[in-house]
Design a protein around this ligand. Structure first.
Ligand code: AMP
Length: 290
């Protein structure tokens, strides 16, 4: 495994790999890696010849009062984990390499970036789309791997790839959870012991809704009520919403297409997000169309 910090050094390695006809996979991350990230890396290693992991805490996706300066970092550990997962090349640029002096060109996503996290983190998805577009230009991957844990991010990135004709296959990987159901997240490191125990309520709410859905409940209002009950243990809830899995528009009433139940809120000072995708079976869809 090799580590590079400049676009020039990255390009050199990528050009050589391309010339040798290798298939390139990219896993963009902000570091402080956990098994969720490593699952993405392993998927790429299994499907591609060369796996590039980028580790970059992207300042343009953080709001003014967010946790950019305190975002957890542990480069040594990240490198060991990447190596053990089979990564080939680590791209770990300084901020000045990605946003050189005079930088002023951004990718502006459309309405998919407005609901859910977009409401509470204005400009967040503009920062995400911009850095992902730049990473795609730098690495020119055949495939790029993203986690469903950041559901809206996967939808926004897929849209960008289609709208801007980027020659990249976007692969979305299911959320990896701790044994007690809590979604793995670098931000879990902020949680104290009592807060970490309370964080379970997010999964408990989502799981209650998922269970009811799997047992035939199709009314969005009832599913949201079921999910909301355990989540009262959060310090505040920013949103808990059932949205169409493609358009991210709110779904009120009967669920007759794939949706995601998405949640964001605070445990103490830590903002956590999670979701589950609820997909009616083919048989359901035929019945509701009849
Ligand atoms: P981050 O470092 O938080 O920006 O995450 C980098 C990538 O890992 C994103 O595509 C995330 O969606 C993905 N990811 C983060 N947590 C998880 C998880 N628990 N399961 C699966 N993927 C994840």
């Amino acid at each position: 495994m090799e580590t590079v910090t400049t676009v020039a050094a990255l390009r050199q390695r990528i050009t050589a790999a391309r010339k040798a006809g290798k298939r390139i996979g990219l896993v963009p991350t902000m570091g402080f890696l956990h098994d969720g990230h490593l699952t993405l890396v392993r998927e790429s290693v299994a499907a591609c010849d060369v796996t590039v992991v980028s580790i970059f805490v992207n300042p343009t996706q953080f709001g003014e009062n967010e946790d950019l300066s305190s975002y957890p970092r542990d480069t040594e550990r990240d490198l060991t984990l990447c190596e053990s997962a089979g990564a080939d090349l680590i791209f770990m640029p300084p901020v000045s390499e990605v946003y050189p002096e005079g930088f002023q060109t951004y990718v502006e996503p459309g309405p998919l970036a407005e609901p859910l996290c977009g409401t509470f983190r204005p400009g967040h998805f503009r920062g995400v789309a911009t850095v992902v577009a730049k990473l795609f230009n730098m690495v020119q991957p055949d495939r790029a791997y993203f986690g469903r844990k950041d559901f809206q991010q996967t939808v926004v990135v897929r849209r960008m790839v289609r709208d801007l004709d980027m020659p990249v296959d976007v692969v979305a990987i299911d959320t990896v959870r701790e044994q007690d159901g809590v979604a793995m997240s670098s931000r879990n490191a902020y949680l104290g012991e009592e807060e970490r125990a309370r964080a379970r309520c997010i999964f408990q709410g989502l799981f209650a809704a998922q269970w009811a859905f799997d047992n035939g409940e199709r009314q969005s209002g009832r599913l949201v009520d079921l999910a909301r009950e355990p989540m009262s243990a959060m310090d505040s809830l920013q949103y808990l919403e059932i949205v169409d899995a493609e358009t991210l528009q709110s779904v009120n009433g009967t669920i007759d297409r794939p949706v995601a139940i998405c949640v964001a809120g605070y445990i103490g000072k830590t903002r956590l997000i999670d979701n589950v995708v609820l997909a009616p079976s083919e048989a359901d869809l035929v019945q509701s169309a009849a």
